[in-house]
Design a protein around this ligand. Structure first.
Ligand SMILES: Cc1cc2nc3c(=O)[nH]c(=O)nc-3n(C[C@H](O)[C@H](O)[C@H](O)COP(=O)(O)O)c2cc1C
Length: 154
């Protein structure tokens, strides 16, 4: 099984988690980055930029991901919850991998532990690309649980 880690992170919680997973498994890892970076100011990012994108379902331009996802069996997609679902640059990435035949596992983290967030994310992913096989990975779990889950992926 060939696994690819794809992640989005703004305040680096997701980045830190992904780095520990990379250390253990050494999977290829790419970061999704908005072409025009979000403001570093929380209020501007959260209440202006991200809020508008989520509400209007705007998929912003992202920096080119220099990698052919079709060479992988699974994409392990890591992201923070933004306004109850995934950040919209993740939506842009999902549009770009149209035709991917493998599975995409979702790994989300957030400030509050509302299980609805994973359900929302899965539903919203399927709306973007109904042909891709999306699977729930983990939501707000420890590094140990991530290592166990990912180590057991078939
Ligand atoms: C724009 C924005 C929106 C957020 N929306 C939510 C939310 O709806 N629910 C929640 O529990 N946390 C929310 N958070 C908190 C993040 O999900 C949480 O801090 C996450 O660990 C950040 O990951 P990162 O450091 O990789 O960016 C939000 C944070 C930002 C910046």
């Amino acid at each position: 099984m060939k696994n690819l880690i794809v992640y989005f992170s703004w305040s680096n919680n997701t980045k830190k988690l992904v780095e520990q997973i990379h250390q253990k498994f050494n999977f290829d890892t790419v970061r999704i980055e908005r072409s025009i970076p979000y403001s570093r100011d929380y209020n501007e990012c959260a209440y202006v930029e991200a809020k508008e994108e989520v509400e209007k379902k705007i998929h912003p331009s992202i920096k080119e991901v220099n990698l052919d996802v079709n060479g992988y069996d699974n994409i392990l997609l890591f992201f923070p919850i933004w306004w109850y679902t995934f950040p919209m640059p993740v939506g842009t990435f999902l549009e770009q991998i149209n035709g991917f035949q493998g599975k995409v596992y979702l790994f989300a983290n957030s400030y509050t532990n509302d299980p609805q967030y994973m359900a929302n994310s899965l539903k919203d992913c399927k709306k973007i690309n109904a042909k891709i096989k999306f699977e729930a990975g983990l939501f707000n779990k420890s590094i140990e649980e991530h290592l166990k889950f990912i180590g057991g992926l078939k």
